[in-house]
Every structure is written in C-alpha cells, then in structure tokens.
Design a protein around this ligand. Structure first.
Ligand SMILES: NC(=O)c1ccc[n+]([C@@H]2O[C@H](COP(=O)([O-])OP(=O)(O)OC[C@H]3O[C@@H](n4cnc5c(N)ncnc54)[C@H](OP(=O)(O)O)[C@@H]3O)[C@@H](O)[C@H]2O)c1
Length: 288
C-alpha cells in the first residue's frame, strides 16, 4: 500500500511514519508544511495526483486551541479549507482518508460517555473548524474520522512535557480537576490508524487510551511515573481561566472500535509509563 501523511513534523504524523517503518511498509510520502502547505489547493492536488496514495493520514492541523480564538481565519483556512483540499484530491484518486478530529466537537455537557453518533456542539473556534473538517472528510467515500483527545507524542509539545518542565522549578503545581477525559499516546494511536488503513470498516470512531482521569489525576501520575515528588493542587476550571472553551466531560466511548474488530489501546497509565521511558531515552541522546 502507498500512504501519504500530512503534518509529519507534528506528534502524530511522526509516529505514523515510525509505525509504518516498524511494519516494514516503506512506500509512503510524509510531508511537512513547507513541502506541502495544505491550504494551497493546486499544490495539494498536484502532489496527490502524482503520488496516487491508497490511504492518506491527514494529521496536519492548526492545533493552538487558545490562539485560535484570535486567529479565526488562519485556523479555518488550515482546518477547513486545508481538509477540503485533501478530501477533494483523495476523492479524485480514490484514496482512503483518515482524518483526525477531536473531543472539542462536543460541548462536554453530556452525563455519560460520548458515542460517535452523539450530536456535536463545538464551542471553540478550534472545535468548530475541526467539525467542519469532519464534514469535508465525510464527502470521501472511504473515510475514517477518528476523534481523539489529550494527545501526547515524542515529537511536539504536550501536557506531559509541560508538567515535567514545571517540576524542574516548582514543588507544587495547580491543575484543573473538573475536566475529565482520556489521554492518547500517538504510538498506540498510530498502530490503530495503520490497522484502519488496511481495513475497509469506514466511519466515525472515537479512539483514546483506555481509562479516564482529570487533568489533575493525569499530572499526579506523570510525576509518579517520572520519580518527581511535585505536589498537585486540584483546582476548578473557574480558577484557571483559558481563552478557549474546554469541555468538562471529554469521555469518549470506544465501543465502536470493538464492534468493528479493531484493538483497543492500552490503558493511559501504561502509555504514560512507556512514554516516560521514551522521553528519558531521547534526553540521554541529547535531543531537544
Ligand atoms: N494535540 C491534541 O491534543 C489533539 C487532540 C485532539 C485531536 N487532535 C488532532 O490530531 C491531529 C494531530 O495532532 P498533533 O498533536 O500531532 O498536532 P501537531 O503536533 O500540532 O502537528 C500538526 C502539524 O500540522 C502542521 N501544519 C500546520 N499548518 C499546516 C499547513 N497549512 N500545511 C501543512 N501542515 C501544516 C504543523 O506544522 P508547523 O508546526 O510547521 O506549523 C504540525 O507539524 C490534528 O488533526 C489535531 O487536530 C490533536
């Protein structure tokens, strides 16, 4: 199979390439923003028509959730127009499209877990643009829309790196405990996404590591896994105002993965343990 990956310099794009390499699948074209700006319709069409991929992992996105509130146009351009460009070209070559979406398409007011069929109600600019991106992806016959949350991977910024950085200078940190969800490790997610590319059980899915926690629980476990005795003060969302709206309940049901024969991801604690090992290896090698 031939794959095209957008956003290779981001957290997920990077690990999809590593997953393909692990499987001895070397026929892929992995591009960053400089090589193919997804907002450039002609360029996207030219690259995809020429490469003729069987599956496209569309990981590139404008992901700065708070900045997006002030940069509406740029966020729309990347997340909606960019996805439209990719989707149009995917349709033209008959490729599968694997589009990554987010828990932010929901408002977080539901009591239980969100199933893929639940009504969406994005409240932030980022959430709205990712939802509009979903509508573009839906126009591709062979589509997977995979909603993920609280993502961490070696190649980029994330909550775990922020917490570990804070631990270097703080004995205690204050973290919100009234937003509940599930972290997603890009190594585990990449495995599922490549499995999906090999299958034809298209549709909208939710995928995260198993188990759930608040951001404060997540921080506590990160410190424990990394041998830090930094204390976590549990605070409310009101005590930590952020520019963009955050859903209080980001719990996503993964039943549909099981129903369609896909493997669930390991628990988030197991993922944090493995990620911590990975981080330590990188530090040993003197990386950034
Ligand atoms: N991170 C999360 O917590 C989270 C949660 C839910 C869903 N998701 C979704 O999961 C996917 C992967 O997320 P991630 O964490 O891997 O994101 P990421 O680390 O922020 O990577 C996104 C990549 O997209 C690239 N990009 C931005 N604008 C582009 C453009 N115009 N053309 C081409 N590439 C462009 C960025 O390149 P530059 O850095 O050079 O701009 C970056 O390498 C995204 O679709 C995201 O919306 C993420």
């Amino acid at each position: 199979m031939k794959y095209l990956i957008t956003g290779v310099k981001g957290q997920l794009g990077y690990d999809i390439v590593r997953e393909l390499e692990k499987r001895d699948e070397h026929e892929y074209l992995a591009l960053d923003a400089e090589e193919m700006d997804i907002t450039d319709r002609d360029k996207v069409r030219e690259v995809i028509m020429e490469y003729q991929p069987d599956a496209i992992f569309h990981c590139a996105a404008y992901t700065a959730v708070d900045k997006a509130e002030d940069n509406v146009e740029t966020c729309e351009k990347v997340n909606v127009e960019g996805t439209r460009n990719i989707a149009e070209a995917a349709r033209e070559v008959g490729s599968k499209l694997i589009y990554l979406s987010t828990d932010y398409v929901f408002d977080g007011t539901k009591e239980g877990k969100y199933v893929p069929e639940d009504p969406t109600n994005p409240k932030s600019v980022y959430g709205k643009t990712k939802y509009l991106g979903e509508l573009e992806a839906l126009k591709v016959l062979k589509h997977y829309i995979v909603r993920i949350s609280w993502v961490f991977g070696i190649n980029g910024h994330n909550f775990i790196k922020t917490m570990l950085k804070l631990a270097e200078t703080h004995d205690a940190v204050s973290v919100v405990s009234d937003q509940v969800g599930s972290p997603t490790y890009t190594v585990d997610l990449a495995r599922l996404l490549v499995d999906m590319a090999h299958a034809d059980r298209y549709g909208i899915y939710h995928a995260t590591n198993e188990g759930e926690c608040s951001w404060a629980d997540f921080a506590e476990y990160i410190f424990k896994a990394n041998g830090k005795d930094t204390k976590v003060n549990h605070i409310t969302s009101e005590e930590y105002p952020q520019k963009a709206y955050r859903p209080r309940n980001s719990r996503l049901s993964k039943d549909k993965l099981v129903e369609n024969g896909f493997d669930l991801l390991p628990t988030w604690q197991d993922a944090v343990d493995r990620y911590s090992e990975e981080l330590n290896k990188v530090y040993v090698k003197g990386a950034k």
